[in-house]
Design a protein. Structure first.
Length: 196
């Protein structure tokens, strides 16, 4: 294709695109091109959300460490995982995570104690946890249950599996409670959301 032919093709394409745009504007299906204004991080609440997430993670890690719970980083990870921009979404995610962790801790502890740390018992533990979530109509919790089974059964530890399962649940619960508290306090200071 010669340079002249390329220019003609590009011009034809721009002309067709402009005609289509004019047609849509005439039918009121597209507004004229406004000057696009990107909202600043402050306008969108991103800065406040970042600060709230950091506060929840740091506070839950500190509290877990203060209580002497080993592997306190799980509390911080749980807090980060459940933080949302709205308290309703945070509460729903928190409930799913807490229930999934409880189910996974129970299944992981049971299979580790009664069947050992074999690959087959781990597999059965995951299947059991997922099925329990389904039976309890908590399908949104199955991923958290499976992850907790994996942590309880696959991470090396010196205590009994029941202690590991209990610690895991307490760590997650601490992170979630701290995240909910921070999200609630942040809600008091968050400006009312405007339609975007």
């Amino acid at each position: 294709m010669t340079p002249g032919a390329r220019r003609a093709y590009a011009e034809r394409f721009r002309s067709l695109a402009q005609k289509r745009y004019n047609f849509l504007v005439a039918k009121n299906e597209a507004a004229p091109h406004p000057v696009h204004h990107r909202k600043t991080p402050r306008e969108t609440g991103v800065i406040l959300q970042a600060l709230l997430t950091a506060a929840a993670a740091t506070g839950s890690y500190y509290l877990s460490s203060l209580l002497g719970i080993p592997q306190s980083y799980w509390a911080a990870i749980a807090a980060i995982n459940v933080m949302q921009s709205e308290i309703g979404a945070t509460a729903k995610t928190s409930l799913n995570r807490l229930l999934g962790t409880a189910i996974g801790a129970l299944a992981g502890g049971f299979f580790a104690v009664f069947f050992g740390g074999h690959l087959l018992s781990f597999s059965l533990g995951v299947v059991t946890a997922v099925l329990l979530c389904a039976l309890l109509d908590r399908w949104e919790s199955y991923r958290f249950a499976g992850v907790t089974v994996a942590i309880v059964m696959l991470v090396p530890y010196e205590a009994s599996p029941w202690i590991m399962a209990g610690r895991r649940f307490v760590q997650i619960a601490l992170g979630i409670v701290f995240a909910l508290g921070v999200e609630y306090l942040g809600r008091l200071y968050r400006p009312a959301r405007q339609a975007l």
